[in-house]
Design a binder for this molecule. Structure first.
Ligand code: PMP
Length: 436
């Protein structure tokens, strides 16, 4: 230890970085070349120690806005009354489960509550694999499904990245159906991706196994890639044809973010067998869930108890329920749709003047700008994307980069983001890009 007093109010970013390096895992990253010391937040804004206000274009977890007073009040009220586990009868978890399942297709009517997206995906894998007595899992290249051991091995985003290692033989990867810069390109390319899926399914069947297929309807870490509807609809049908189970990972995209629909899978008219949710669900409180059919849940009930110390406790359930109520009361799905489509349209206008913006994609307030070389060869320009994000931060707009080549600029703000916020983002983006 350097002897820095952890308890003291430090104003200096360098000393905070030094202390962080001493006390926290070096595997944790910091955003931006010059990281921000945030001390408070409100709605769609973050404030640093000097009171500088940043427009938040990236925190998809604080879905209904940072520090929403209704959530703070509901949590405080419940914390003073009761917070225990699911081994007691309690009405809060039931009210919340009812409200949550009402937002889902009728057949998805049984909830398991967990504390992170990773935990939900791990449990979803257990449910699916146990139901089919088969480990075989199909994943899309570029996908990220969580940080647990069971999920790193089904997340090409991690196992193919720095520090990764090849997945076990029961993990089957198919190319990411990226019609802009993927293995097969163009609007008619879904057929080729389906062909690759077909080959994996035949191999799994030959081994007398059944597949579990996990996907995000709009890929987040993969680089804000909306799956082509004709691909994912047919892929889901094929999985079912082979006796498999489809898990829709809604952890980044659910709860109205995409505007047109409440869930990503609805956009493609799918009926998954298991849905996993997290992140925005608790607006920052560690709350997540797996929702599935009665059949799958009953099958899992084999005598081994499912117990989770924190999952679904009265405080978490109260917060989750309040998030749902706020989305409805403040009409936030509609806001995501209106502001998102305005922003997308304006970004497309901007793209006309700057060929380094190769692609603009996404729905609602889940958008991506892919930065490529202007020579027309679509070479990914990760360094430029990072430069843009750092310059935007200097202009008080927070964005991030992602995708296998880190060349996709992500826009996924709290869904209270308004038209003036969109204009501020656009105006600054124009100024930054014009200088490149
Ligand atoms: N699935 C997806 C699609 C995600 O984006 C993430 C987190 N980025 C996870 C799962 C894991 O969630 P958590 O970080 O809450 O464990």
């Amino acid at each position: 230890m350097t002897g820095i007093n952890v308890g003291s109010k430090m104003q200096n970013n360098d000393s905070l970085k030094k202390l962080r390096a001493e006390l926290l895992s070096p595997s944790l990253s910091l955003s931006y070349n010059d990281p921000i010391h945030v001390v408070r937040a409100k709605a769609q804004y973050l404030f640093d120690q000097n009171g500088t206000k940043y427009l938040d274009g990236i925190n998809n977890i604080q879905h209904v806005g940072h520090c929403h007073p209704r959530i703070a009040n509901a949590a405080f009220k419940q914390l003073k009354v009761l917070n225990t586990n699911t081994r007691y009868l309690d009405y809060t978890i039931l009210e919340y489960s009812r409200a949550l399942t009402k937002k889902l297709p009728d057949k998805l009517n049984v909830c398991f509550f967990t504390n992170s997206g990773s935990e939900s995906n791990d449990l979803a894998l257990r449910l699916a694999r146990f139901k089919n007595q088969s480990q075989d899992t199909i994943v899309l290249d570029g996908a990220y499904h969580g940080h647990l051991t069971s999920l790193i091995e089904i997340s090409p985003y991690k196992y193919k990245g720095v520090g990764g290692s090849p997945p076990p033989a029961y993990v089957h990867e198919i190319p990411m159906p990226d019609q802009f810069r993927g293995k097969y390109r163009g609007k008619d390319s879904s057929y080729h991706y389906l062909n690759e899926l077909g080959k994996k399914l035949s191999a799994i069947k030959k081994n007398k196994q059944k597949p579990t297929f996990i996907f995000e309807s709009f890929m987040g870490c993969g680089g804000q890639i909306p799956l082509p509807s004709d691909f994912i609809k047919e892929a889901s049908a094929l999985i079912h044809q082979y006796g498999g189970i489809c898990i829709a990972d809604e952890i980044q995209i659910g709860f109205g973010r995409i505007g047109k629909n409440f869930w990503g899978f609805e956009y493609h008219d799918l009926e998954p067998d298991i849905v996993t949710v997290g992140k925005s669900m608790g607006n920052g409180h560690p709350l997540s869930a797996v929702i599935t059919t009665k059949e799958i849940a009953d099958h899992f009930n084999n005598g081994m108890e499912y117990f989770n110390s924190f999952g679904g406790n009265p405080v978490s359930s109260t917060i989750g329920h309040e998030v749902l109520k706020i989305i409805k009361d403040e009409d936030l799905q509609k806001n995501a749709k209106n502001v998102g489509s305005y922003l997308k349209k304006m970004l497309i206008d901007l793209q006309k003047n700057y060929s380094l913006i190769g692609d603009i994609r996404g729905e609602g307030l889940f958008l991506g700008l892919e930065i490529v070389n202007s020579n027309g060869l679509l070479e990914p320009m990760g360094k430029i994307a990072k430069y843009i994000v750092n310059e935007m931060k200097k202009r008080r707009v927070l964005l991030s980069t992602d995708g296998p080549d880190e060349n996709v600029i992500k826009i996924k703000p709290p869904i209270i983001f308004n038209k003036q916020n969109a204009d501020f983002l656009l105006e600054n983006l124009r100024l930054v890009i014009a200088k490149i």
